[in-house]
Design a protein around this ligand. Sequence first.
Ligand code: ADP
Ligand code: ZN
Length: 722
Amino acid sequence: MKRARLLVMNSALPVLDYRVPADMAVEHGSVVIAPLGPRQVMGIVWEADRLPGEEVGDNRLRNLLQVLPVPPLPAPLRRLIEWTADYYCASLASVARMALSSTAALQGGRTMTEYRLVAGAETPKRLTPQRAAALEHLQGAQGTLRELAEMASVTEAVLRGMVGAGLMEAVQVDLDRPYPPADPAFAQPTLSDGQQAAADEMVEAVKAESFAPFLLDGVTGSGKTETYFEAVAEAIRRGRQTLVMLPEIALTQNFLRRFEARFGVTPVLWHSSLKSAERRRAWRAIASGEAQVVVGARSALFLPYPRLGLIVVDEAHETSFKQDDGVRYNARDVAVIRARFEKIPVVLASATPALESLTLAEAGVYKRIILPDRFGGAQMPDIHILNLIDHPPERNHWIAPPLVEALKQRLERGEQSLLFLNRRGYAPLTLCRSCGHRFQCDICSAWLVEHRLSKRLSCHHCGQEQPMPTACPECGESDCLIACGPGVERIADEVAQILPEARVALVTSDTLNTPDKVAEFVSAAENKMVDVIVGTQLVTKGYHFPDLTLVGVIDADLGLEGGDLRAGERSYQQIAQVAGRAGRGAKAGEVYIQTRHPTASVIAALAANDRDAFYAAEAEGRRSAGAPPFGRWAAIIISSEEEAEAKEAARAIGGTRPHLPDVMVLGPAPAPLSLLRGRYRYRLLINAKRSAELQKVLREWLGALTFPQGVRVSIDIDPYSF
Ligand code: ADP
Ligand code: ZN
């Protein structure tokens, strides 16, 4: 009798033994269906040829039911799943789920039914409001009835009715429809000498087919993308797959265009909002090896590429590579581990690397490739520090007079400007002038932010919204609500006041929430239909507008509040990146940084354009705090809907803390957001020497404790903020 050990999905159980029926062939990594209690679940064959075991007698084993018609998960990926679960103290199943994406993606046949509006169908004279909504929201959309119903906020029954009435139609999507092949010789660029040398190093590494981590450290506008594209071309020539990870979907449009210009086709896209048919099709092409180049968010990292030959992590310093729910992992770090298991090169590209990456490069663990100059002789911009104490803006304004002057000059010269403030909405706090009432989220410890465009108050942590009230709910007064402080919407208003003739584009995730809107903005900016761009961190990276010659940072101190140990680095990166948007073409750029603390080390380093000075100061601070990369941190987050329950559990964990020379436990204390989505949160921080066996300590410590049902305890290894 054959038995197999299975990693069972939808279960916190580790691995379970099953009997393999005589007529069934399984191998390591096969994806199968198995019985679990009364249910049928999906599983991955973790060991295909188990010997008869003591624990469960042969006669008590249950039969595997079916092998799914997809390629088995490759060995390096199975190893990656084990490594990730172990390192981040997560369950194997929770990590493996990321490889299988959605279980539905694997089942079913080669085609799938989707629906869309019938093009050119005559609109009936009398429409129900639901049908009208569907007609309005589903223009150009295609998906399952369920997906479309969600998009249009109607029920599936409404859409089925529309199918019956001939307003919508079914389409069969072929899930094995091939992706057109990329041509590595489609449009080869002429590289500068420096770029060529950099490209050669990466191309050689792709040819060598062995593990090689690179830090591609090039100033903004140096042509990092152009350069790593040569390594991608080599992987394509060798029939190997490439994964390019981008930190956010807003950057993708720009990337797709450049990829198409270089390789003649667009790459395969992977992100969380893919519709199910596109997701299934992409998954199958990836798993079969047909997908040559995959561009995706962090979730693309765990997909089952059978012939991976290269991984690129672009803007590798970006915080969105760190996932903060479910499996709390850092995709940048796991990418390097995957490359090691796959025996392939991995390129971390950034103009402002994380101190961790830079330190590894300086230690020779990563190979460092430096591109010190902007492409085409473009100069780095001039930086001016604007001390707001010496140059106060007018009352209820936020742009200081010298920056106002500079904006006016740009407008006269027909050049573009960019103002950066990392805060969505109109004002971060609304209060009542007559009674002092402040608008706060009732399930988070956070103020509600006024969004004047949508006329709503919104919580930026849980997403809850309410219409903007006209009267104070506390005292009943009307016309008494005042907006305190600026968000980008308010800055855009201010620009419209001081430069009434300027064309202003507001760029935030509220205004640029679909790929079409991003494309529309980019083409407007490129065609000089925009004079002033006002935006959040969304505009800080990726974009290349040659006529943009002025960047203003409205509040450089914003990111430094809060005392987070990473605040300095994050602030530096954001400001350096946004400054990097200025003067990328033939015309020189200028940057104004508004601050109240001109001597802070971040600001001083930016002013002197002295990156090394910043990193040296940052390293010193981290070393003395025992912070990464010199020491390690982990967080334990305890939450419950009952405050007392959370507090009690946190106290119980704190009370059993280990006493070890190389591990220090701080807390428990209320977490930075002590109430989030209705859950009260406490936190313990663990600081360990690099040599400590941190994960083992945590597992033994927490594994010995039990908690009430409503309590959630999660471990965050290498937390992003601490
Ligand atoms: P980075 O990612 O380092 O900021 P990019 O790759 O975006 O830089 O390059 C900046 C600009 O310079 C882009 O518009 C890019 O197309 C252009 N560029 C860079 N290198 C070359 C080259 N060798 N030939 C033509 N254009 C280039
Ligand atoms: Zn909230």
